[in-house]
Design a protein around this ligand. Structure first.
Ligand code: SF4
Length: 411
C-alpha cells in the first residue's frame, strides 16, 4: 500500500496510509461496531454465501423493492444499488418510483427521512438497513437547541428579519423548523441560489420592520463550513459578518451586538469527514505532485476551500473527473469510498486522496452487506425491519421547506 504522496507505478490511485485507530465498518471489532440490535439473524460478515444470499433476496423482491446507494457507500453495497447519487438525487429517485413498495436506503438516517417525506405515505415503506447509520453533522443540530436559538433571536427582536436555511444534511425536525419559519432547504449544489433567495426575503423583512440598515439575516444550519464558504466566496459577504452560534453556550456564545451586526449566523456544526482536511494537506500535495489540481467539497474548512483550485459537490467532482484530460493529476478532498471508485473508473488519471490518513464516513459505512442481506431477507419473509417514518406534522413542514427548494431557480 502506498502513502498519500507516493503514486503507484504509472497512473493510478494513491492510497492513504492506514489509520492506527479503529475503523468502523471494517469488521475489526464487531462488538463495538454493532450499535443497534437487529431482530432475527444478522449474517456474519465472514459468511461465504453472503453475496449469493444478497443476489437471491434482491431477485425475490424484484420490482417491489428499489435500492438506493449513496456515493459514499461501500463497494459491496453499491453493487446492489439500482441507482447511486447524493442525498437529494436519491430522495427524488425514490419519489419517482411510486410502484416500489420498499425503498431500501443505503445511506444515513436523514437521507432515509427525506425519502420518507418525498415518497407516498401509505404505499411505500422506507428501510434503513442499520439504524446506527446516522450523520454526525445532522446530529449536531437538535431541534430543542434550534428552537432555543430562535427564542434568543426573537427576544432580541431579530427573528422577524432572519430566514433559516438548512442544508439537506439535517434531521426532518430541523427541515420542518425551517419550513415553519419561512425558510428553505439547500444542497451543496444550490446553496448560493438558496442564500440569495433567503437574503432577498430577510432584507425585505428588515426594511419593512424599519431596521436601521434594513439588513436581514440568515440562520444557516447545521454546517458552518458550507454556510461560510457560500456566503463569503459566492455572495461576497465579509468574513466578519458571519458569526458562529454555539448551542452549548448561553446565547450561542455571542453578544447582543454581535448577533445584531451579523449577516449570517452559522450553526456550530461540521462534517467529521470533510472537516479533517487541512490547508497543510493542500500544501503537501502541491509540493509532491507537479501540476496537481486540488478539488474539494464545500463542507471543508474555509482555509481548505480557499487553498484548493476547485470546489464543488460530489456530483460536481464526479463530472470534473469524467471530463478531465488523460494523464492529468488530481487531489480530491471528499469521502474515501467515492474517491477510490473514481480512481478505479479513471485509470487514465492520477488520482490522489487529499488526506494523509484513511477518511471514511464511519456512520455511512455501518450499512454493510450483512445488514443489507438481513433487511432484504426479512422483507422477502414479509417482515419490514428498520422502517423510517417521519411524524406527520414534521413531514408536512419539512415538505414545505423542500418544495421551497424545488421552486428555487436552477433546480
Ligand atoms: S460524510 Fe459527513 S455529512 Fe455526509 S453523512 Fe458522513 S458525517 Fe454526515
Amino acid at each position: 500500500m502506498t502513502t498519500l504522496l507516493e503514486t503507484s507505478s504509472g497512473a493510478g490511485f494513491a492510497e492513504p496510509a492506514p489509520s492506527p485507530l479503529l475503523l468502523l465498518g471494517q469488521g475489526r471489532d464487531l462488538a463495538s461496531e454493532r450499535g443497534v440490535e437487529c431482530a432475527g439473524a444478522l449474517p456474519a460478515a465472514s459468511d461465504p454465501d453472503l453475496v449469493e444470499r444478497a443476489v437471491a433476496a434482491r431477485a425475490a423482491l424484484g420490482d417491489r423493492a428499489f435500492v438506493l446507494g449513496h456515493h459514499y457507500q461501500r463497494d459491496e453495497v453499491i453493487r446492489f444499488a439500482d441507482v447511486t447519487g447524493d442525498s437529494f438525487k436519491l430522495a427524488r429517485e425514490a419519489a419517482a418510483r411510486p410502484e416500489a413498495e420498499f425503498v431500501l436506503f443505503c445511506g444515513v438516517h436523514f437521507m432515509a427521512e427525506s425519502a420518507d417525506i418525498l415518497t407516498s405515505d401509505a404505499a411505500q415503506q422506507v428501510v434503513l438497513p442499520d439504524l446506527a447509520a446516522g450523520c454526525s453533522m445532522a446530529d449536531m443540530a437538535a431541534i430543542d437547541q434550534v428552537d432555543e436559538a430562535w427564542d434568543v433571536l426573537d427576544d432580541l427582536g431579530l427573528a422577524g428579519r432572519t430566514v433559516p436555511v438548512t442544508y439537506m444534511n439535517s434531521s426532518a425536525a430541523i427541515k420542518a423548523f425551517t419550513g415553519r419559519h419561512g425558510g428553505t432547504v439547500c444542497t451543496s449544489s444550490n446553496a448560493e441560489v438558496a442564500l440569495r433567495w433567503a437574503f432577498e426575503r430577510a432584507d425585505a423583512a428588515g426594511a419593512a420592520e424599519g431596521a436601521g440598515d434594513g439588513a436581514g439575516k440568515i440562520l444557516f444550519l447545521p454546517d458552518q463550513h458550507l454556510g461560510r464558504n457560500t456566503a463569503v466566496l459566492q455572495l461576497g459577504i465579509p468574513l466578519d459578518a458571519c458569526v458562529v452560534y454555539d448551542p452549548r453556550k448561553p446565547d450561542g456564545g455571542l453578544t447582543e451586538a454581535e448577533l445584531a451586526a451579523a449577516r449570517v449566523i452559522l450553526w456550530r456544526g461540521h462534517c467529521s469527514v470533510h472537516g479533517r482536511f487541512s490547508a497543510r494537506n493542500v500544501e503537501a500535495v502541491r509540493a509532491a505532485v507537479p501540476d496537481v489540481t486540488v478539488m474539494v467539497h464545500p463542507e471543508c474548512k474555509h482555509e481548505v476551500v480557499t487553498a484548493a483550485d476547485q470546489v464543488g459537490s460530489t456530483e460536481f467532482i464526479i463530472r470534473a473527473l469524467d471530463a478531465a484530460e488523460p494523464g492529468s493529476s488530481w487531489a480530491i478532498g471528499t469521502e474515501l469510498n467515492l474517491v477510490r471508485r473514481l480512481a478505479a473508473q479513471h485509470p487514465e488519471l492520477q488520482v490522489h486522496y487529499l488526506d494523509s490518513t484513511v477518511c471514511f464516513c464511519s456512520t455511512m459505512n455501518r450499512i454493510d452487506l450483512p445488514h443489507l442481506v438481513w433487511a432484504m431477507e426479512e422483507l422477502v419473509e414479509g417482515r419490514t425491519v428498520n422502517r423510517i417514518v417521519v411524524d406527520a406534522d414534521d413531514a408536512h413542514w419539512a415538505r414545505v421547506a423542500l418544495d421551497q427548494m424545488l421552486a428555487l431557480p436552477g433546480l
